[in-house]
Design a protein around this ligand. Structure first.
Ligand code: ZN
Length: 257
């Protein structure tokens, strides 16, 4: 059997079924072997149960995000701000036992391939777990134990490239190259280097582009390609308001913030 080498990578769906369906339809046309989910299936958005069902059906591997974790561990909701915390409490109330159990069974770290590790936020847990610049990525590379580390969490698509081995010590930010991926433009992955790759967010992009974001990791060709997909934002906003979730969570979808 040939080994899997072409993966779609999705993350931070956040209960936005409209965005998830649009992304899965697009992935269907991209000839991938399998789909990896980097967590935060729920939180913020109005259709967490439907999103869990789809992710469980479509993805070969899913790691647990901080919102998924806060829904099943009430103590962790204290780490969230107003609207995010309200959404976590709302999500816990509407999910049935089977969906709660599905979140409980997600691992914090997983390996879909010998060259790839997956975590939701950072391979080095702690207060600097939002990897949004070269300085934080330099620290995070200490925990990267495979050539490619897939992360989500920031809701901003990014690729960080570092030297093959750190010798256990932290890199400096000057040793890290940061790429801002553009829609459909492949970033080459050199097998002599290591990478931290973030596909952006399906359900709540925060890079001022409101389109859903995901990526294709092609190990045979050595590329990471971010794709942006239009979806029915107005329908997602109406569903958010109908659920009684904070208005800001509907508004921000239109501006990608
Ligand atoms: Zn998230």
């Amino acid at each position: 059997m040939p080994t899997m080498s072409r993966f779609a990578v999705i993350s931070d769906i956040h209960g936005n079924l409209h965005a998830l369906q649009a992304v899965l339809a697009r992935i269907n046309q991209l000839d991938v072997d399998d789909i990896i989910c980097l967590g935060d299936i729920v939180g913020y958005g109005p259709l967490p149960d439907r999103c869990i069902d789809l992710v469980m059906r479509c993805c070969c591997l899913t790691v647990r995000g901080n919102h998924d974790d806060a829904v099943i561990n009430p103590k962790r909701e204290l780490e969230f701000n107003g609207a995010a915390r309200q959404a976590v409490i709302w999500t816990r109330r509407v999910l049935g036992p089977l969906h709660m159990d599905a979140l409980c069974r997600l691992k914090a770290i997983d390996y879909p391939h010998e060259s790839v590790m997956c975590v939701h936020d950072s391979p080095v847990p702690g207060p600097t777990d939002y990897i949004y610049d070269a300085r934080i990525a330099a620290h995070a590379f200490m925990g990267v134990e495979r050539p490619i580390c897939l992360v989500g969490h920031t809701h901003v698509p990014m690729v960080f490239e570092g030297p093959a081995a750190t010798g256990g010590s932290s890199l400096t930010s000057r040793e890290v190259v940061a790429y801002m991926p553009r829609d459909g433009v492949s970033i080459p992955l050199d097998h002599q280097r290591r990478y931290i790759c973030n596909p952006g967010s399906v359900g709540q992009p925060r890079d001022a582009d409101p389109r859903a974001s995901f990526a294709v990791l092609d190990l045979a060709h050595g590329t990471f390609t971010v794709h942006r997909e239009d979806y029915d934002i107005v329908a997602a906003q109406l569903a958010t308001e109908k659920a009684g979730l904070p208005t800001i969570l509907a508004q921000r979808l239109a501006i990608g913030a």
